[in-house]
Unconditional design. Structure first.
Length: 302
């Protein structure tokens, strides 16, 4: 298609994607309280207290409590808007991802489409697994962080900051689970080999451990291991797949081309002198006569 048609199609695809996000966000706005409770209830159940700070002080208790609060008059409205838009982007992802794919797919070859299907089919479950690990890790992380508070202090957690922390943790965990998929795709394209990946195992374990320590806000080793452990397993699984793929590729190369495939051309350069001597030996003998324009038996026409 001409450039104007491509731009018109891109406009229509973007309009459909934005419309789907807006519709889902409007529906999610009626349930934004349930969405907030879904993310905050595990944290409250792990660090929250049933009694108020005054009652604990009367009892002489030193338990650390955490209570979720909102600061500001318009904060509830902005939080509801943020949660609704976030839910719209996530829940409408099948629609806007399809619109993106429908715009890009006509320009891809058959092999490229196969790799794209495999990447999306494996990348989405891996991202969801990373988000699930983050969701299960947050209560433990919150409990460890609140243990630094002095005894008997009622810790107030701003809800907007807590939602931002949960979102950031889910994205970090989800993207970190995509590392093995990236390594597998590089191996399939021939950029790296499984043997090289296996030689990196010490550095990768150290790097993944440092990344897990930096990515998790808490300082406890349990939360760090919960992030680093699955990535270690996925890295070695990607290495095993790459080694098997390299072995398969080696067997195919040793077997040679199939019956319906053309063999490789011999492009080795030859000496020009040898080619001229062979051509001269195959030429017609010099003809006798008064016509001096003939060279090796040929005139200008032939």
């Amino acid at each position: 298609m001409p450039l104007a048609e491509h731009l018109r199609e891109l406009r229509n695809r973007l309009a459909k994607a934005v419309l789907a996000i807006i519709v889902v966000a409007i529906v999610a706005a009626f349930f934004y309280k349930d969405i907030i409770e879904f993310f905050t209830n595990p944290i409250l159940s792990s660090v929250g207290c049933d009694s108020s700070f005054a009652e604990l002080a009367k009892k002489g208790g030193d338990e650390t409590c955490a209570r979720i609060v909102l600061n500001g008059l318009i904060t509830p409205f902005t939080l509801a808007l943020k949660i609704s838009l976030m839910a719209g982007v996530v829940l409408a992802s099948p629609i806007w991802l399809y619109q993106l794919w429908a715009f890009v797919a006509p320009g891809l070859h058959k092999g490229e489409k196969k790799y794209a299907y495999a990447f999306v089919g494996a990348g989405f479950p891996l991202f969801m697994c990373g988000g699930f690990f983050a969701y299960k890790t947050l209560p433990t992380m919150a409990r460890v962080l609140l243990d630094f508070s002095p005894g008997g202090v009622d810790n107030q957690l701003p809800l907007d900051e807590l939602i931002d922390l949960v979102t950031r943790m889910v994205i970090v965990f989800g993207l970190s689970f995509e590392l093995p998929l990236l390594l597998v795709m590089l191996n399939l394209t021939g950029a790296i080999t499984g043997k090289r990946m296996l030689g990196w195992w010490r550095g990768m374990i150290m790097g993944i451990t440092v990344f897990a320590a930096v990515a998790t806000p808490s300082t406890d080793p349990l939360t760090m291991i919960m992030l680093a452990g699955p990535i270690w397993v996925l890295y070695f699984a990607a290495t095993a797949f790459s080694l098997l793929n390299d072995r398969r590729r080696g067997r195919i190369a040793a077997a040679g081309p199939d019956d319906d495939e053309a063999s490789d051309l011999d492009l080795t350069p030859e000496d020009v002198g040898e080619i001229e001597s062979v051509s001269a030996s195959r030429a017609l003998p010099q003809q006798s006569g008064s016509d001096r324009d003939r060279v090796n038996g040929f005139d200008d026409v032939t």
